[in-house]
Write a protein that binds this ligand. Structure first.
Ligand code: SF4
Ligand code: SF4
Length: 438
């Protein structure tokens, strides 16, 4: 593969605002209750495999399915299952949730042991058993991504771009566990017979770049590359384009252009699983925004409620007006403080009036700035018009499903049109119309 850096099409330059980047990760205490949804990934929802009243161990499978595009879900605590109920997640998906009262002992499932990864097949089975899904926010099951069938990727791209303001959990993973990340990359290269890997870092994170460069200096298969900072370069298709100049076809996958992309924290989680056999039961999240006093990165067990994070980080109820799951560009508002942390959550932003600075949307002035900013070559103003008018045929014609919901168009819009919200609604309408029409 000839590597040539490209400037992504469109995109915007955002303020850096990485105020937690130099604070070491802390561990959040085990909460009084955890709630573990059975839908924490793109794909099929898991079926519940435990009953109310059961005692469960840390690392025990709580839910799974035979469907390929899915990933098992494990208990993050030891304790008693006290309730199983239907919920709607912050992102609108319906799920069943298992509520567990921890006993505080964190007793690990007795038969947890290092997985057999001696062959490619066993390795892919182990990736599935780990419960790993894309930890950068997309939630795509890792075993699906790595199972390239008979195609050997030309390169493994490690996404360490972390391009949204505020979020620093990937950066802290590199600074604190960079050696393990490099070993994880080597493991994937070995198991999938891939000969080259690129770790992509933006130039606003020089310490991460320098460290990774140092850690890989004797590994010719891994090259750490620095890209100029531009949002949304961390989006998979954008990153592939920036590094290789190749464009993933509409409805295509990275392997269609010869690459596999993994988030840097996902690689770390995979390496740890292969070392210990402990599946994904906790993750590092960035806690930011002026609604909390103790901003930083925290290792939290999955299923912890936002209210427990808020309390531990000395949140101020009077000041906090909104909680975003994710960054300011792509984050989704949590409707309740009783929203549990799932695998996809990389950050929680506790926003105040100042952060929000809400401005009423006004009529589109047809300035075209949203078109220039769109990295996917879409017509945001037109999509907005059709989404509001619920015109699903037109939405399809103008490729709304290609929108990656990056928010670059909303960011530059002088009329402050709520473009991304309208695209989420538009996509939903189109999906429903397709189901209705068979
Ligand atoms: S940027 Fe806003 S005002 Fe300008 S064309 Fe797009 S939607 Fe209209
Ligand atoms: S239309 Fe979608 S992909 Fe294009 S800038 Fe807006 S949110 Fe991003």
């Amino acid at each position: 593969m000839t590597r040539k850096f490209k400037n992504i099409k469109g995109g915007v330059t955002l303020p850096h605002k990485k105020g937690t980047s130099e604070i070491s990760t802390k561990i959040l205490p085990i909460p009084k209750l955890v709630e573990i949804p059975m839908q924490q990934h793109i794909g099929a929802c898991c079926e519940v495999l435990v009953n109310k009243g059961d005692y469960v161990y840390v690392g025990q499978v709580l839910g799974d399915t035979a469907k390929f595009v899915s990933a098992p879900i494990h208990s993050s605590v030891s304790g008693k299952v006290i309730q199983i109920k239907d919920i709607i997640l912050y992102n609108g998906s319906k799920s069943v949730s298992i509520i567990i009262e921890p006993d505080g002992k964190q007793t690990v499932l007795p038969d947890i042991s290092k997985p057999d990864i001696s062959t490619k097949e066993n390795f892919l089975k182990a990736v599935r058993s780990s419960g790993l899904t894309g930890l950068g926010g997309a939630g795509f099951p890792a075993h699906v991504k790595l199972d390239t069938k008979d195609r050997i990727p030309e390169a493994l791209i490690i996404n360490a771009v972390e391009c949204e303001p505020y979020i620093t959990c990937d950066y802290r993973a590199i600074i604190e566990e960079g050696r393990e990340i490099v070993k994880g990359i080597e493991l994937i290269l070995d198991k999938l017979s891939i000969s080259k890997s690129y770790i992509a870092v933006e130039d606003n994170k020089p310490a991460a770049f320098t460290l990774l460069k140092e850690l890989t200096k004797d590994e010719p298969r891994i090259e750490t590359v620095m890209l100029s900072t531009k949002y949304p370069q961390g989006a998979e298709k954008m990153l592939i384009y920036a590094l290789t100049g190749r464009e993933v076809p509409m409805n295509g996958l990275p392997i269609d252009v010869g690459v596999v992309v993994m988030n840097v924290t996902s690689v770390l989680a995979l390496f740890k699983y292969c070392q210990t056999g402990m599946p994904l039961v906790s993750r590092r999240v960035t806690v930011e925004g002026d609604g909390v006093a103790d901003k930083g990165n925290y290792q939290v067990v999955l299923g912890t409620y936002i209210k427990d994070i808020f309390e531990y980080c000395k949140g101020d109820n009077q000041k906090t007006l909104k909680v975003l799951c994710g960054g300011p560009m792509m984050g989704i508002t949590a409707e309740s403080y009783e929203t549990p942390v799932i695998k996809q959550n990389n950050a929680f932003l506790f926003m105040t009036q100042e952060d929000l600075d809400f401005i009423e949307e006004t009529a589109c002035i047809r300035c075209g700035r949203c078109i220039d900013a769109c990295p996917m070559g879409l017509m945001p103003l037109t999509l907005n018009k059709y989404a509001l008018a619920k015109m699903t045929e037109e939405l399809e014609k103008y490729h709304i499903m290609n929108c990656i919901e990056c928010g670059a168009c909303s960011y530059v819009c002088p009329a402050k049109r709520h473009l991304v919200q309208s695209f989420r609604v538009g996509k939903d309408l189109l999906k429903k119309a397709k189901v209705k029409n068979g």
